[in-house]
Design a protein around this ligand. Sequence first.
Ligand code: SME
Length: 203
Amino acid sequence: MPHADSAMIPAGLDKEAFWSHVHEQLGYLLAGQRDWVTNLANASSLIYNSLLAFPEFADGDRMVNWCGFYIDSALFPAPKLISPKDPQAPQPARLLLGPFCGKPACQLIHVSPGKARGVCADAYCQKKTLLVKDVDAYPGHIACDGETKSEVVCPLLLKLPNEESERAIGVLDLDCLALGGFDEVDSRGLERIAKLVVDACDW
Ligand code: SME
């Protein structure tokens, strides 16, 4: 099957079945590849294009307008050919824009514990999915696109064998043009997908 066909959505699916279908297609798409840049690029494209092929999110007023990842800056590879950075230098906690689909977005999100920081940084720090029905009512929300009305952000959680609890390594973010564009079914679907993506990559 051509890769692009993985974003085709069969007619008549309800939302639970939609997310299960996307999860299954993503599993096929990521199989045999462990590079996180490559996998997150294909994951953002698959999720975004699948949402746009699903009637609930394809309609103009309710359209999903952004789907992508922010990743802990410590995981970005140090440049090797030009300007090598000092691996010992202390790095401030921040999330850097990773692979995404949609219009350009803010490149860097600072993570400052104890402050209103926006949805992505909060989901990352709290290690839990945040469902925001109205972004304008969310303290510290970062407006990358003034047209966005609602948002759901799911942390990427990695469990290392030598650590007791999961650590957050980034987030998966979906934006919508409608108020209350996402619900708990979407949160759960996204959480399953985030786990699949984390498990499919070497970090
Ligand atoms: N709204 C996010 C920033 C990322 S963009 O939506 C793509 C936030 O408040 O963290």
